[in-house]
Design a protein around this ligand. Structure first.
Ligand code: AMP
Ligand code: GLY
Length: 426
């Protein structure tokens, strides 16, 4: 088979590594890919959001299967377009993708089907939001833009002034465009967060091993929110007991709810969970693999990933046993100086040979190759990933490797996995 992967970040690199290892796969192509991915797949200069361009590319290279990884093309209906052109794909159709594409939809779904989540109210104008928040007078509170907002559509104001400023930006200045036409205001929940990615063919759901993201830019969970500065798997807060409760109260009910709504979800459904004192609750759904969660989950997968993708396509997932290794996996993100705000590009990266380093896997997120030199081309640059018999061993390998990789301005968190280690030692 020839498999085309749409996207060009660390998540796509992690997917490509597994796809490449499949006994059924002869070659992997990627669009647009990046510098590091180009060592593993043929990269084509077609944007991940260019639906016509991707369909044309799939035809040109005679792809046998297409994997659509990022949220934007999924929301825009790329899977529907590819299916229409006769290509088997991995990824939900646009009518199911709405579970991520609209927070109003997902909150209403959870309410209707009794799936545990934070209490909420939906608003379509700024004045009413502010009046409601004034009346409630409970801080912090949580305000979410309805649509996609590059992962930045959630604000957690500590005061009325902060809430007013945030609502103005989202609903009046429209910093996220149409995504801010409606907002959800919800109750602030507390507890550890767990990410669970799950395979589903709409008939059954098979959760993958759990992981923990580190969203803030700086050590101690300080600084601005980012796309994710590192991940570890497993997440110690996701005990067998919690997993059982999630399966019964969240995972299965969500799949059934989507079916009842006529929006059968096939692909990878991402459950962003908070383990509150009242049990696990859904913080968010994503219609895709998480980034950088994928980078620590897929290295632990023992089953051929193309067997899984095909089973989902054929709706025979329940017949497939998916196996995982007991090892721990850790990913430390090396980011450009300044990220998540503005940052320079084109800075030379040293310490890698053909994009890799012994003992770890370096998933490339924002790199390109210029005149034979590997340079930075994005905010998150590399995900330095290691497997170990336990979390400590994996972390040591990741951090030892990070020390050997250099580019001007590089910054990374020094405390990835520390929260998980504390939880384990309790
Ligand atoms: P999201 O973009 O939905 O993942 O939200 C970003 C982050 O905001 C989450 O990872 C949580 O840390 C936080 N968050 C979102 N909703 C809530 C909530 N209801 N209570 C507390 N924290 C929240
Ligand atoms: N790491 C969070 C996400 O992929 O949305």
């Amino acid at each position: 088979m020839k498999v085309l992967v749409v996207g060009g970040g660390g998540r796509e690199h992690a997917l490509i590594r597994r796809i490449k290892e499949s006994k059924r796969v002869d070659s992997v192509a990627c669009c647009p890919g990046n510098g590091g991915i180009s060592y593993d797949a043929e990269c084509y200069n077609v944007s991940a959001t260019d639906i016509d361009g991707v369909v044309a590319l799939a035809k040109e290279i005679k792809a046998d299967f297409v994997v659509v990884a990022p949220d934007d093309p999924l929301v825009a209906g790329m899977v529907d377009a590819l299916n229409g052109a006769g290509f088997p794909t991995f990824g939900p159709k646009a009518n199911a993708e709405i579970i991520e594409g609209s927070k109003v939809f997902s909150k209403n779904l959870m309410l209707k089907y009794n799936i545990p989540t934070a209490e909420y109210k939906v608003f379509d104008n700024a004045e009413d939001v502010i009046e409601y928040i004034k009346e409630k007078n409970e801080f912090p509170t949580v305000i979410k833009a309805d649509g996609l907002a590059l992962g930045k559509g959630v604000i957690i104001p500590e005061s009325l002034e902060e809430a007013e400023a945030g609502v103005k930006e989202i609903m009046e200045d429209k910093i996220f465009g149409e995504s801010g036409n409606n907002v959800v205001v919800e109750e602030f929940l507390t507890g550890p967060e767990v990410s669970v990615l799950a395979f589903t063919d709409g008939k059954c759901v098979k959760p993958m091993v759990s992981s923990m993201d580190h969203k803030r830019a700086l050590d101690g969970d300080k600084g601005l929110n980012t796309g994710g500065m590192g991940t570890v798997s497993p997440n110690p807060y996701y005990t067998d007991e919690v997993a059982k409760e999630c399966m019964e109260k969240i995972f299965i009910p969500t799949i059934e709810a989507m079916n009842k709504e006529g929006r059968t979800f096939k692909g990878c459904l991402y459950f962003g969970l908070m383990i509150t004192p009242k049990g696990p609750k859904v913080i968010e759904y994503n219609c895709r693999f998480g980034d950088p969660e994928t980078q620590v989950v897929l290295p632990r997968l023992k089953t051929d990933i193309m067997d899984i993708f095909e089973a989902i396509n054929n709706e025979t997932l329940s017949d497939l046993d998916i196996e995982w290794s007991d090892e721990a996996c850790t990913c430390v993100i090396m980011a450009s100086g300044g990220y998540p705000k503005s940052y320079p590009k084109g800075i030379e990266i040293t310490g890698l040979t053909d994009g890799q380093l012994d003992g770890v896997t370096v998933y490339h997120a924002g790199t390109s190759i210029n005149d034979g030199r590997l340079v930075t081309s994005g905010g998150r640059v590399l995900g330095v990933t290691a497997l170990g018999k336990d979390l400590n061993e994996a972390l040591k390998k990741s951090y030892d490797a990070v020390e050997k990789i250099e580019f001007d301005g590089a910054h990374y968190r020094k405390d990835i996995g520390q929260r998980a280690l504390k939880a384990i030692s309790k």
